[in-house]
Design a protein. Structure first.
Lengths: 254, 251
């Protein structure tokens, strides 16, 4: 009897947790629904097109977000931390930095947003007559590889910073200086793309893994604070691509 | 049937996107670390939940949000709507665009899964001193301000680098005065704001504006909104930390 009621309460706890996640996801989505409804009904004064499809889509978004957050707690965060602990225990700097580089490189080279942006950038360069039509494909690939290498390097430098305990702001402000200097010499056509490249590199799956890696390392290394030193990897991954894409632009257009 | 094949297509694409990460993790586990993994079944289950959840999320966005959002961005930036019987088209006629940019920036940032992840971790690491909703709303305000200013820049045609340069200066000055524990997190919150939900809508808005306003070139002026959305959350998070630090010291 006790056993049965114990199992029952386990189920009801799980159901409650799932209900809570769904409710939270619904709350996350509420602002978007309000904004769309406001502009559609009051400003543009048009009925919502395909009302049924929109409702079904919103349900899917809520369900997906709840599932994602569940997977974050159960899978992505623990995986990132486990890797950080295991690599720190192993004590090999080379493997740790290689892991950091490959994590940045491999997740960026396949990033759909980056593929889209580099395609548009190649199109603009061709239309402007900066590159011959035959070189569009190699320009596009070059841009993708440049961004992926820069994200890999950024994560590796960020991990090295956590190990060494360098303050994050010197590196970031130094990076800002480099971005501004490159802006002075880079061709105008590449600047907007370079600035945007920083924002599109960090995808939804990469961010939790990289954050867990940084926080995990800062937790196990003596003398580091998870809050002070564990964050900052994403910031490097947004900054370095700007510098590298402008360098690539200078090299291609020159 | 059409929906099923649509979903399977998205699931396959999501799986393909995470394939490099999975192979990297498996390689390091088998070749470098060579230790037993605790709670392996739980981790695999969590990983599957992430991929499945993300696929459902993207599918829902494709069905419900992106089509309407893109149509609305086009309609609002259409000169016929902007003019509506007024005399000339000036930067001030675009007020609905600025408001739309700000509200869409705010709303999509609240729903951004990567930001949810970082806020979750920050709250855990700071033992609740940084609240999840506090961080997310501050970042969303930053994005709202950034994208709104970004659309203003496209309308007026001011060079992008001037805004970015000014923004960098503000961040540098803030870094000197901000409480140290918030600095790294503030820098990170710039990078996580723009991914799954925000980028497609904001890109549509930028390209729509740049292609309808006379004298703008979509290639040159359509880009740059993402850069604004990455810069202003940094300023917002540091400002929030500074103000609450100042209030705590004063009171």
């Amino acid at each position: 009897m006790a056993n049965i009621s114990g199992r029952k309460s386990a189920w009801s706890i799980m159901a409650q947790a799932a209900g809570g996640k769904l409710l939270a996801a619904g709350l996350d989505l509420l602002p978007i629904i309000l904004v769309i409804a406001f502009f559609q009904l009051l400003v543009l004064r048009q009925p919502l097109p395909q009302f049924g499809e929109v409702c079904a889509g919103l349900l899917l978004v809520v369900l997906g977000l709840a599932l994602f957050v569940q997977g974050l707690e159960m899978g992505l965060f623990p995986i990132g931390e486990t890797m950080a602990y295991a690599l720190a225990r192993k004590g090999s700097l080379v493997w740790l930095l290689l892991f950091a580089f490959l994590l940045g490189f491999s997740t960026t080279i396949a990033e759909p947003a980056l593929i889209a942006v580099s395609g548009e950038a190649a199109e603009i360069a061709r239309e402007g007559g900066f590159i011959p039509p035959a070189e569009v494909e190699s320009y596009r690939l070059g841009l993708r590889v440049t961004v992926a290498v820069s994200v890999g390097l950024a994560i590796a430098i960020g991990v090295l910073r956590i190990l060494m305990g360098w303050p994050v702001h010197y590196l970031i402000i130094g990076g800002y200086g480099a971005v501004m200097l490159m802006t002075l010499v880079a061709p105008a056509e590449i600047i907007g793309i370079a600035y945007d490249a920083g924002g599109v590199t960090t995808s939804t799956v990469t961010v939790p893994l990289v954050t867990a890696l940084g926080v995990g390392l800062a937790t196990v290394i003596r003398g580091r604070s998870p809050l002070l030193d564990g964050f900052g990897l994403i910031a490097f991954a947004s900054l370095l691509p700007m510098i590298f894409v402008m360098a690539y632009g200078i090299w291609v257009y020159a | 049937m059409k929906y099923l094949s649509e979903f399977l297509g998205i699931l396959l694409a999501t799986g393909r996107d995470v394939l490099p990460i999975v192979s990297l993790l498996v390689f390091f586990q088998l070749v470098v670390i060579k230790e037993a993994i605790p709670h392996l079944r739980r981790l695999v289950f969590g990983g599957v939940a992430v991929v499945l959840g993300l696929a459902l999320f993207l599918w829902g966005l494709d069905l419900a949000l992106f089509p309407i959002g893109k149509i609305m961005a086009r309609q609002l930036s259409d000169p016929a709507f902007v003019l509506r019987g007024q005399g000339d088209l000036s930067w001030a006629s675009y007020y609905w665009v600025y408001l739309f940019a700000a509200l869409v920036g705010f709303a999509t940032t609240i729903a951004e899964p990567a930001l949810i992840a970082v806020a979750y971790k920050a709250s855990e690491v700071s033992a609740g001193a940084i609240s999840q909703w506090g961080l997310r709303i501050t970042v969303a305000f930053g994005v709202a301000l950034g994208i709104s200013l970004g659309t203003f820049r496209i309308v007026t045609g001011t060079p992008l680098y001037l805004f970015i340069l000014a923004g960098y200066m503000v961040v540098t000055v803030q870094t000197i005065f901000a409480p140290r524990p918030i600095i790294a997190l503030a820098y990170d919150s710039g990078g996580v704001t723009t991914s799954t939900v925000t980028v497609p809508l904001v890109t549509a808005l930028g390209l729509g504006l740049a292609s309808t306003i006379p004298g703008r070139n979509p290639g040159l002026d359509g880009f740059g909104l993402i850069a604004f959305a990455s810069l202003f959350p940094i300023i917002a998070v540091m400002a929030y930390a500074q103000v609450s630090h100042w209030l705590a010291r004063r009171g």
